[in-house]
Design a protein around this ligand. Sequence first.
Ligand SMILES: *[C@@H]1O[C@H](CO)[C@@H](O)[C@H](O)[C@H]1NC(C)=O
Length: 181
Amino acid sequence: MNRAFKISSLFLIHFLIIFCGVQSASDLIQDTCKKIAATEVEVNFNFCVQSLGSDPHSHEVDLGGLGLIAVKLLQANITGTIEYTKQLLKQKLDPRLLKRLSFCWRLYAPFEGKDVIPFYKAKDYSSVAGFAGVFGDNEVLCDSQLTQKKGMVPPLTKRNAEIFQLSAIVVDIMHFLGWRA
Ligand SMILES: *[C@@H]1O[C@H](CO)[C@@H](O)[C@H](O)[C@H]1NC(C)=O
């Protein structure tokens, strides 16, 4: 075998490894979301693929990396909703809405500034799933409070629905990583 051929075949092998790596990463998002959407009725497949695919590193990671992306998305959404709710509570609101928003606020407030990434990195998937699971429930509670009264425009519904889906995605990925409830 001559030298040039050796070098070019090495190059080809590298290229194939990189190419297959990229290929399987996007399959990983698709497969993961397919599995999640099949068991979680409230998780929309496209929302899942878009969310997990939104990170610039999404297509280079394994399941562990995908889990980290999901946890980060969930936390960013929770933080965003907490900030948004705080802003709303500062405004002059219909007292009925204020009462319900305050209810939501009491559910969120304990999680302000909470960071579960260290737990995730320590492979403490049970703590991460516990955190995400609680949030799934809180969102439902908060939303049912907000939508109880007819004629009120619930200001958190879209955010709640996203957080709810992200929570389910995180809990499921903890399962896939080996967490057993
Ligand atoms: C919440 O999650 C959605 C879906 O992944 C994303 O599009 C949105 O940017 C996130 N919001 C925040 C505040 O991080």
